[in-house]
Design a protein around this ligand. Structure first.
Ligand code: NCD
Ligand code: ZN
Ligand code: ZN
Length: 446
């Protein structure tokens, strides 16, 4: 097997930045230290002046297989992931069929395995019809579950209050995180009807899903979590109001965590007129003071995680009118570059990146410490970044099936130079060199 030495780089972890060497052998990190000997090592990567980060664990991707390959597929999506510095993805279950039984979870893994350029873990979906399968889906290898409280791609109906109670009770019992798409279904329907009457200006998508829909849903989840000890993880928090609801619940002792996504931090209301339905996503991009405060909250460490909510659709689906267009857009390849740019420009500490993009997602979904960390014994997953180069996102660079993204043409500070997956260099000097060696990761249980 291979051995590599990444020398003299600036190793960034949640606790600080240290100039250190990292030696990887047979896919695992063997040694971290200063002046490690290069003798016997097959390849030395000179990383002086470069950042060395743990490979990103993107906890929120919808790669569309099986059933929705016409939008994108795992081969394209997983290639895009590694090129963007992501070495592990956590796949969400709103595929067709939805991952709501143990056999569907196993079948999905079998479909993804031969196409995987990246390591992957799977989540199951819970709804009124399958809460009794919680344990069986877990036993099959799910790292967590997803619950949809509001309407979005896949149209999985929200759980009844009693199912929600059941789900969060089981979450406590089995120490399993439940990801929530927290937008209240009834309120989204109500506000959408009202907004549709106002016309087709893309920005009306914001009015169709105002912050109260998030806050109301979180309040409900948090209340039940308080009485059951369940562990909700609120994904794609798009408003400061929603984050405050999470933080208030934490103060009451609820074990509740929160994720936001790069698009809420970098896009604004002006982008609705610039990009139209392309930037339609659930929950909506809000811009303005919301965006400023979310970014401030990331910098202050109020969020637990950042995920991409990679949600590709076809160009046709993304060019319809705001009410007809599909919600979501591809983002797995641009998440780390966008966050690096924010950090290098001083909007958030550099340590935010390993903490929110690698370490915490791995911890929340039982992949720690083998994934998301630079520690002896961990998987040799690293990203080496040149912070002094600027790079422009181009359609040629993107590996998605359809090269559409609001970020095309953006000039960013920092460049993902090399990516190492279990000791193999899968991206070398920005070029994909990896092959389909990704593996299915089951939760690490102690
Ligand atoms: C996601 C999708 O298309 O799968 N869309 C989105 O707008 N975020 C689903 C989701 O996460 O809600
Ligand atoms: Zn969602
Ligand atoms: Zn999503």
């Amino acid at each position: 097997m291979t051995s590599i030495l990444v020398r003299n780089g600036l190793v960034i972890t949640s606790t600080g930045i240290y100039q250190l060497d990292v030696r990887i052998e047979d896919g695992l990190i063997m040694e971290i230290g200063r002046g490690l000997p290069a003798s016997g090592v097959e390849e030395v990567i000179e990383a002086r002046g470069h950042y060395v980060l743990p490979g990103v664990v993107d906890e929120h991707v919808h790669m569309r297989e099986p059933g929705l390959e016409y939008k994108d597929d795992f081969e394209h999506g997983s290639k895009a992931a590694v090129k963007g510095g992501v070495t592990t993805v956590i796949e969400h279950p709103n595929t067709i069929p939805p991952v709501d039984t143990p056999s569907r979870l196993r079948e999905k893994a079998e479909i993804l395995k031969p196409k995987a350029y990246v390591d992957f873990a799977l989540t199951g979906v819970l709804h009124d019809g399958n809460t009794h399968l919680f344990e069986d889906i877990l036993a099959e290898g799910a790292v967590g579950f997803k619950v949809f409280m509001g309407p979005t791609t896949g149209n999985i109906p929200p759980p009844s209050d009693s199912s929600l109670y059941e789900i969060l009770s089981k979450s406590a019992k089995h120490n399993t995180r439940i990801m929530f798409h927290a937008e209240d279904h009834a309120l989204v329907v109500y506000f959408t009807e009202k907004a549709r009457k106002l016309g087709e200006n893309p920005i009306l998508h914001r009015d169709a899903r105002p912050p109260v829909t998030e806050v109301y849903s979180i309040a409900k989840i948090a209340t039940i979590a308080k009485y059951t000890g369940g562990k909700p993880h609120i994904v794609h928090v798009s408003s400061i109001d929603a984050l405050e609801a999470v933080m208030n619940a934490r103060k009451l002792g609820v074990d509740i965590t929160a994720e936001t996504c790069p698009h809420y931090l970098v896009l604004g209301e002006e982008d609705y007129s610039k990009y139209g339905s392309l930037v339609k996503v659930n929950p909506p991009i809000r811009g303005g003071i919301q965006r400023e405060k979310l970014l401030e909250a990331v910098a202050k460490g109020y969020f637990d995680a950042i995920g991409s909510d990679h949600a590709p659709h076809t160009p046709e689906e993304k060019s319809k009118s705001i009410w007809e267009a599909s919600a979501g857009f591809a983002g797995v390849q641009t998440m780390l570059p966008l966050m690096l740019d924010l950090a290098i420009r001083g909007f958030t500490p550099l340590t935010t990146i390993p903490k929110l993009l690698s370490e915490n997602p791995a911890k929340l979904f039982k992949l720690w410490p083998f994934k998301g960390s630079i520690l002896p014994g961990a998987n040799g997953d690293l990203v080496i970044v040149d912070p002094n180069t600027e790079f422009v996102i181009t359609p040629e660079w993107l590996e998605y099936k359809y090269k559409i993204s609001p970020f095309i043409g953006w000039r960013l500070k920092g460049r993902v130079k090399h990516v190492v997956l279990r000791g193999s260099i899968v991206v070398r000097d920005g070029e994909l060199t990896g092959v389909k060696t990704g593996v299915w990761l089951k939760p690490i249980t102690k």
